[in-house]
Design a protein around this ligand. Sequence first.
Ligand SMILES: Cc1ncc(COP(=O)(O)O)c(C=O)c1O
Length: 368
Amino acid sequence: MVDGAVRRGIAHLIRPDLREHVEYEPIEPVEVLAARLGVPAERIVKLDGNENLYGPSPRVREALAAHDGYHIYPDPDQRRLRAALADYVGVPEDHIVAGSGSDELIDLIARALLSPGDAVIDLTPTFGMYVFTASVCGGRTVSVARRPDFSVDVEAVARAVDQRTKIIFAASPNNPSGNRLSRRELDALLELSVLVVLDEAYVEFSGGSHAGLVPERENLVVLRTFSKWAGLAGVRAGYGIMPPELAQALMAIKPPYNVNVPAEVAVLASLDDREALQANVRRIIEERERLLGLLRRVPYLEPWASEANFILCRVTRGSARDLRDRLRERGIFLRYFGRPGLEDCIRVSVGRPEHSDALLAALAEVAP
Ligand SMILES: Cc1ncc(COP(=O)(O)O)c(C=O)c1O
């Protein structure tokens, strides 16, 4: 240290506005959960992350093993990937940008649009990354509450839009409520002349994507992912469908190699095996309906119908947090949020039939 210099650390160099930033509350890895319980990882029933417990296509493993180019950087222009995604979605390639999960698209859009003090609107309760990302980018989040049935109060959204509003984030199906935005609601949001980011992470479980509308609208972005329907959450592969001028802006600001080579290989192999993956999606939908019926019979739960791969339940007796903890002791992991409006709720991801059966048995054991 230079004589007389005072040690100040580096905290003062970090952006002051980030002191207020609330960290994303992540879910814990299976190995950590298993080690804490002292059981093998295979015994964990992991229904807390909306992952696809059928896993990826076997062709993904084969393609990853066979690929011979991991020493070469990926294509910064994402040519093969964008062409394959354009073909899959049915829109021209210049509308597509791929990312390391759809989370990265949320981040790129926020970075491209938000100046300090600009606002985004999110429709609570909803996916936590919108408020997180706006905060990291120096933006403000204006939260507009959904109605008790989780539909969007479009008039309240219209009242919340002001000169500094840049983006409305709308997940459809919404996480954690599982309901969709109607076409009428989407049209009303698009009338508000700000960017509408329609997050369709779970659309394969509901059908009715609005991606095909993007070329006709100047302020619509649709986000999609391979994490849910294709079982690639660990690989990190998502994409956005957007007006070409926004796609150009995101391509210009993204890290050049944002989608790594294994992710590209895995996406292309998944698209080649889409029928098998869609068969898994159908299994999950079937299991969702069976699980909904079973949960309806649990006397202290009130589940909501869902169009995604999870079911939100109100806990009507005892505390939702205690329920989460007691199931956890039995190796069954669900999501509890503890956020305003969701304090008495848990969210159950839909796994395979044996996971639902294990959950139901444990729910009977821990009944308050
Ligand atoms: C609504 C919503 N959007 C996006 C994501 C993130 O997807 P990805 O894994 O592609 O980053 C999730 C993940 O749970 C989600 O619930």
